[in-house]
Design a binder for this molecule. Sequence first.
Ligand SMILES: Nc1nc2c(ncn2[C@@H]2O[C@H](COP(=O)(O)OP(=O)(O)OP(=O)(O)O)[C@@H](O)[C@H]2O)c(=O)[nH]1
Ligand SMILES: Nc1ncnc2c1ncn2[C@@H]1O[C@H](COP(=O)(O)OP(=O)(O)O)[C@@H](O)[C@H]1O
Length: 245
Amino acid sequence: MAKLFRTAIMGPPGSGKGTISKRIAQNVGLQYLSSGHFLREGIAANTDAGVLVKGYVERSMLVPDHLMSRLMLPRLEQLTGHSWLLDGFPRTIAQAKALNDICQMDLVISLNIPFETLRERVSDRWIHPASGRVYNMGFNPPQVQGRDDVTGEPLIQHADDRPEALQARLRHYKDVAKPVMNLYKKSVLLSNAEAASKPLGSLSQGILYQFSGTDTDRIWPYISSLLSTKISTQPLDTCQPSAQA
Ligand SMILES: Nc1nc2c(ncn2[C@@H]2O[C@H](COP(=O)(O)OP(=O)(O)OP(=O)(O)O)[C@@H](O)[C@H]2O)c(=O)[nH]1
Ligand SMILES: Nc1ncnc2c1ncn2[C@@H]1O[C@H](COP(=O)(O)OP(=O)(O)O)[C@@H](O)[C@H]1O
């Protein structure tokens, strides 16, 4: 069986997760799963899950952890036999633990982008709501101003992308993401006995790689080279529950 690779990308709103994920999926041939896109698809198709999450997504509130895990984990289990990349999940420590219970992650990428850059990017961000396609008037403009490249439908801007809303989202991201990053961070090696005696939340897995900068095009070559190294040395061939679960 081909070697499988399980990875996730984290970062504040506007940090370029979607943009970089698209490049990873194109270059490495992973299955890309964006939690926001997955939820919006369910809402558009009026599925049972879509009905449950609609109120949260429309108000830009986090979907409760138990519900989020109930939706995402079966989706990931359907992808047994595929390498994948998650964007937007796990977002909280409870979600990371739930994911750990079904699968050992191989790599987590975290984007660390200055606030001023985030502010500039999201104030220039335009979205095609039906597909989630994202444009930026400077970085990747649509072919026709204000129109989606594929459907020609109008693009919109999210109220959430206003500077005041962005600041609040960023604060919230930092609070929620910190424990998740600590879980995945490189850390001192623990002996098996020490690891066994610690609660899961205090264990670090040593798979977090952080990238800082203001330009996706400058960060991308480092991510691409990390992925080539990791994928060629990746020993797993099945999705196993984490040893710490
Ligand atoms: N100017 C500029 N814009 C960029 C760069 N990288 C990405 N963008 C744009 O910045 C915006 C944010 O990028 P996304 O990929 O949507 O970021 P995200 O992290 O997925 O954002 P959320 O969905 O809010 O979590 C989009 O409009 C991108 O086109 C860059 O290097 N320079
Ligand atoms: N892992 C998650 N946990 C809880 N809610 C989530 C998660 N992922 C996505 N959502 C919900 O979907 C919405 C859209 O997510 P996303 O496309 O990642 O954009 P945003 O950057 O605005 O959070 C979020 O505002 C939230 O309501």
